[in-house]
Ligand binder design. Structure first.
Ligand code: ADP
Length: 444
């Protein structure tokens, strides 16, 4: 059995694929595991990989449920003795007020019997930065960014020290900009100083790639790190320097990476500005698009037989098909009000829409050939991955930062792209569709 270098537990599937893609881009053989497999499944799948990222869908769970799930994932991962663990969450710190993030960090520290870790949500390559504990998205405070309108986790407090302190029983502090600017050795000492002052989790300021390099050097010996996918950009080079990467290969036979001439199915449940622009781009390029109103999905008003025949016809002709519930902020609000009047809380409504969309995807895919699948939206991807019993994904290189080309090893073996709602330029789908046709070339 080979030892893992790195193991992470992510709070949603697109976040997991974001981190996994960063690692694969640095030539690490990386596996993305969905949910909690059995011990035997996990041992089989993970053999020969250098990094495993587990997607545990804890973002919208209660703190107790998030803690329990994280503990289960950590126990499986510990069987492969990774040198470094990460709790991965979104670079916009998406969380409910009572929070999954604090609960998952608590669970990991408890499990590893550690007293200190850092929290680095920043991801400069995507314009997510932190200064004096305040978090920014493309130069806007988090609370003034489009994240304030997120359907499930509206982010209205940019002060991360305060926000995280509400989510954990542990003491939260700040590794400030000045500490980071002092360089890696000094920052490492600052972490020790904070630990001896009784701080258990230090939010770390980070404004650019130079800071990221310093932070990764200063934290490379920590048993647990927490934060965004930024670690995946810088840490692999340090592991290589230290000779921490195993060189054995098993299980990574490229002959299983097969593609066909059918069209691809694109599913968009994200209502982010980026996804809305990407949907419009694809439509303007002549792809078939069906925008389904959530009420139709949830009331069972769809004529699924006709719909499936329409989609199958397009896919068989090699044309791509976009199936979406994407809507404007005002439309989302109207749907949420309708949900509330039908006793559906906002999280329950979001989950129901995602599950209904996933059921439809399953029905479409179950009896037709498909070139590949692209899913836009974290929760939407989570629902689709589970409904399609993906199990584990072999992770290839990034199509754009944060979005790798993956290959499903589960029930439906095919190229898959999971995109966080906010990610990608307007023409992202075009790039992803091209990558799908060259899937084998993206594999490590
Ligand atoms: P993102 O990555 O942008 O956060 P998610 O899929 O995680 O995307 O979240 C979007 C949420 O909004 C999901 O729960 C989805 O089911 C829900 N949703 C999708 N379409 C609509 C709509 N038209 N009205 C209300 N909620 C919607």
């Amino acid at each position: 059995m080979n030892r893992l270098t790195f193991a992470a537990v992510a709070d949603d599937d697109t976040g997991a694929s974001d981190l996994a893609g960063m690692l694969a881009d640095q030539n690490l053989r990386t596996l993305l595991v969905i949910d909690l497999p059995t011990v035997e499944q996990f041992a089989n799948w993970s053999d020969g990989y250098q990094a495993v990222v587990m997607a545990e869908g804890t973002r919208n769970l209660t703190p107790d449920a998030a803690r329990e799930r994280t503990q289960g994932a950590m126990r499986l991962l510990e069987s492969k003795h990774p040198r470094t663990f990460q709790i991965k969450y979104c670079s916009t710190f998406d969380s409910t007020p009572e929070g999954n993030i604090g609960a998952t960090i608590d669970a990991a520290l408890d499990e590893l019997n550690e007293s200190f870790t850092i929290a680095l949500p920043a991801l400069p390559v995507h314009g997510r930065t932190t200064y004096q504990g305040y978090h920014f998205v493309n130069h806007q405070l988090l609370s003034e960014s489009p994240m304030r309108h997120h359907p499930l986790t509206p982010m209205t407090n940019p002060n991360l020290v305060e926000l995280l302190a509400r989510q954990t029983k542990r003491r939260v502090g700040l590794a400030s900009h000045a500490m980071v600017e002092a360089g890696a050795n000094q920052l490492k000492q600052s972490f020790e100083d904070l630990r001896s002052e009784g701080i258990n989790i230090a939010i770390v300021d980070c404004l650019h790639e130079g800071h990221l390099e310093i932070i990764c050097r200063a934290s490379a010996d920590l048993r647990l790190i927490t934060g965004s996918s930024a670690f995946g950009i810088k840490l692999p080079a340090l592991w290589r320097e230290r000779g921490w990467l195993n060189v054995e290969r098993h299980n990574q036979d490229s002959s299983i990476i097969k593609t066909n001439d059918s069209g691809c199915l694109i599913i968009a449940g994200s209502c982010s500005e980026a996804t809305r622009a990407q949907n419009e781009w694809l439509q303007s390029r002549g792809a078939s698009v069906l925008n389904i109103h959530p009420r139709q999905l949830l009331n069972g008003d769809l004529n699924k037989t006709n719909l499936k025949a329409q989609i199958h016809g397009q896919l068989a002709a090699g044309r791509h098909f976009l199936l979406t519930t994407t809507a404007t902020t005002a439309q989302v609000r109207a749907v949420q009000e309708w949900g509330l009047s039908n006793a559906l809380t906002i999280p329950a409504l979001g989950q129901s829409i995602a599950n209904a969309l996933a059921d439809l995807v399953f029905e479409v895919i179950d009896d037709s050939s498909i070139g590949g699948l692209i899913v836009a939206g974290g929760e939407t991807s989570g629902a689709v991955c589970r409904r399609l019993e993906m199990g584990a994904l072999r992770v290839g290189r990034n199509i754009e930062p944060g979005v790798p080309l993956c290959f499903s090893l589960g029930r439906f073996q095919m190229p898959i792209v999971l995109k966080s709602g906010n990610f990608g330029k307007n023409d992202f789908y075009g790039k992803a569709l091209k990558a799908i046709t060259h899937a084998a070339a993206y594999m490590i």
